[in-house]
Design a protein. Structure first.
Length: 318
């Protein structure tokens, strides 16, 4: 992915069990994180299922060879590695085709959610994770058994509480002390199902703070993002450029020059009227021409500095 998500992730790591077809999705900031994330998944998988991984089938990328070195250094892992030939993704076609299918579902989900461009790229990892979760519960064979059922023997807790990605919900505001007229809830977008939580717990994207929250105290509005924003009178754009009005530089400069010349002429002392002595002559206090020009130049410079237009970029919370 060319653009990073809100959590700075740019790469999608997809792991698939060859027998059951079960999928795991992880999202990385850098490619070099891949071998360590796979090792983390490996320990978690063996702990949850009690099953032992025997073989890894991977492409020829450098991070996969790093994974092989890390596994071979460990004495308690007896895992073999199979690498595909260069430029031959069909040798690992099962997971490669799954990548293409999931990307299609991600595009469909964000399109249906009516998200703007910024939210579309910022939330793509959560959308991809939800697409992976849904893929694991889809029944595809004659035995009417999903990949989740094949691996764990049961359906997930959330299977009877399905919702659409990006659906707007009102989350209960649970602070103990609240003003009388303060809203008792705030809007959020449905992102997916929370792992390792009780049934009925969901993940949301809070619109006001742009953070991911977990909650079960929710009322579903059955609206998409765009429709909710329009009906609530909110602006759809999340970033605006605040710009000061640009002055007419030529007119302003001429005006400033005239003001400076007038001010200089008014403050000039050409002939002093102080009596200098008995001879009745006046002492000359007039400035030299060079000093006058220097004053004008400095004053003009100050005025020009004040005429510069400033720009400021600000985030508007939605």
């Amino acid at each position: 992915m060319k653009k990073c998500s809100f959590n700075k992730s740019k790469y999608w790591l997809l792991i698939q069990d060859d027998f059951t077809g079960y999928l795991w999705s992880y999202f990385l900031k850098e490619r070099k994180e891949s071998p360590y994330k796979v090792l983390e998944w490996l320990h978690q998988f063996q702990k949850e299922t009690g099953k032992v991984v025997q073989t890894f089938r991977l492409d020829n990328s450098g991070e996969n060879h790093t994974l092989q070195e890390l596994v071979e250094e460990s004495e308690d892992m007896n895992i073999s590695f199979e690498f595909t030939a260069p430029y031959t993704p069909q040798q690992n076609g099962k997971v490669e085709r799954k990548f293409a299918a999931l990307y299609g579902k991600v595009r469909a989900l964000v399109k249906a959610a009516n998200l703007n461009q910024r939210l579309k790229y910022g939330l793509w990892t959560h959308c991809a994770k939800l697409a992976t979760q849904l893929e694991n519960i889809i029944v595809k064979d004659a035995k009417q058994t999903s990949a989740y059922m094949k691996l764990y023997g049961i359906n997930p807790k959330w299977v009877n509480q399905l919702h659409v990605f990006g659906e707007v919900a009102m989350i209960a505001y649970r602070r103990k002390i609240k003003a009388k007229l303060v809203d008792r809830g705030y809007p959020a977008l449905f992102m997916g199902y929370s792992d390792n939580h009780a049934e009925g717990t969901f993940m949301f994207f809070k619109l006001s703070t742009e953070e991911i929250i977990i909650s079960r105290d929710v009322i579903w509005l059955e609206q998409k993002y765009k429709r909710y924003m329009q009906e609530s009178g909110r602006k759809l754009s999340s970033v605006v450029i605040q710009r000061q009005e640009k002055p007419d530089t030529g007119i302003e400069m001429k005006k400033a020059k005239l003001d400076i010349e007038k001010e200089t002429d008014d403050n000039e002392i050409v002939d002093g009227d102080t009596d200098s002595g008995s001879d009745g002559e006046y002492e000359d206090y007039s400035e030299s021409e060079n000093e006058k020009e220097e004053k004008k130049r400095k004053a003009m410079k100050r005025e020009l500095m004040n005429l510069k237009t400033s720009y400021k970029r600000v985030n508007v919370k939605i």
